[in-house]
Design a protein around this ligand. Sequence first.
Ligand code: M6R
Length: 608
Amino acid sequence: MCGIVGCVGAADVSRVLLSGLGKLEYRGYDSAGIAVVCDGAVDIRKSSGRLARLLAACERDGYPQGGAGIGHTRWATHGAPTDANSHPHASGDGRFAVVHNGIIENWAELRRELEAEGCRFESETDTEVIAHLVERAYEGDLLKAVMKAALRLRGSYAAAVVCADEPGRIVAVREASPLIVGIGAGENYFASDVTALVERTRSCLYLDDGEFADIRPDSVSVFDAAGRERAKEVVRVRWDVRAAEKGGYRHFMLKEIMEQPGAVEATIAPRIAAGRVCFDDEGLDDGAFCGVTRVVIAACGSSYYAGQGVRSAFERLTGVPTSVELASELRYGSTLVNASTLVIAVSQSGETADTVAALRECVCRGARTLAVVNVAGSTVARLADHAVHTWAGPEVAVATTKGYTTQLSVLYLIAVRMARALRCIGTQEEARLVRQIAALPRAIQQAIDLNPCVSELAVRYKSCPSLLFMGRGVDWAVALEGALKMKEISYIHAEAYAAGELKHGTIALVEEGQPVIALCCDERLAAKVAGNILEVKARGANVLAVACLDNQDVVALADDLLLIPPVPPMLSAAVSVVPLQLLAYHVARERGCDIDKPRNLAKSVTVE
Ligand code: M6R
């Protein structure tokens, strides 16, 4: 999705903007641009394609010089990724430039109105209306003009405006789209996500919906829509700059796969003390769980699959009915949510539009809410009653890996904590579960050690038109995640299904040479999955099994094997997913795909 960045007061604003945009590349984009206020004018450079094209243009024509600037990476929504549709967009008189992340829902109506007044539009974007509205509202004060213009806007927007007449000032506004202000010394910044800021500052403040930031070199003031100044807390960002660099790896995705043992360890270790699970820092005590009669896990994409992967842990340990809902369905659906429901919103970014909306809806219905997020200060974290962070560090590759496994690990711990609160487990049982969870980083490392073997296998899959994944129980949840990883980065069609469903339709797809990836890490279900393997093999399938070392039923049947160490079935998703991540990675590499930035995808889906 689009990324925005801005800087005021730095000696070389253009380079700060371009470096910030580089950090936002991972979000997915198809054009980029910057605008800098210099010598009483706004100098705009923008181009379709990758940031490298914009950099080349700046090298050729010179970097715009000036005291305040804004930048943008665009993921096309309204109009093709052309130079003209790239941001920043200028007002008709060229004295204002705007960058925007989100969607202006009433843009067509506003555009008609502005055109009737004589405005000439240069692009097909929804954003350009903002530039014209600000120009019309301006009476010598940029903040007032942006506030007046915002009154006309409907939709979601994190937007920032510069003005030729006010060279040391940026005004930014947030409505349902993330916006963070970075505090420096004699220079200040804003961005749509902290990764673009950590190189310059670790001190940030998070704007809330309906807030405006007046950003100058020596001050940042935040106002509500009525013009009242708001006191904001400055938050210290824990992320390390190096964590968002490749560190010698060819791709962020591979680096992030390799980081999983450490990320899971960092996530679980602070929550374990003397054989007990402890979420005291998050204020998650017995009271947060007592009286809960239903758990609803709400999420999108891989976070939704993480929810599927822990559903049985919640039900087995707590005895409380647990459902996992797609946030995009939950927000408009009829899922029963009330004051005795615990809604757990799971989101790596904490900014996924559907997850935010579903959580808001559940808050309105009076549910108790808990966020599991990787980004501190994100919208999901701030909306929920309690926020539990995964400490995965920045995840840059669009395809999530350490985000997913850290979500699973912390959700296991939450299930155990809830079971204790509800008196479903005793001290000894809790200590046993805690030991099993604490052993996950080592088991994940053992699964990572399969890398050379997976890399060899991948050569055989690189030309397959389609892959089928199957499993039962937790293994089915992992099959879904494995298939998603494969399709999103290798562009090979992949489908996952519950192995028991095979005979109800999907087996019609199996013919000579069809690759089937069978997940069999739950020995209680091994004989059943073995039966499914026989069925597909009898029809010519070639089976790659991901199984636990001691699962002999399956080991004897598969054409290829990836063996992971024995892990309790309830926790196995965090380990058995690793070979599937590696397989998707190596197949995509063999096919020459853009692994970290797959086509059409964005890291953080901030629009519906
Ligand atoms: O940031 P979130 O966890 O809310 O993101 C949800 C999905 O967009 C995300 O998991 C997506 O499916 C990943 N690209 C999958 O690798």
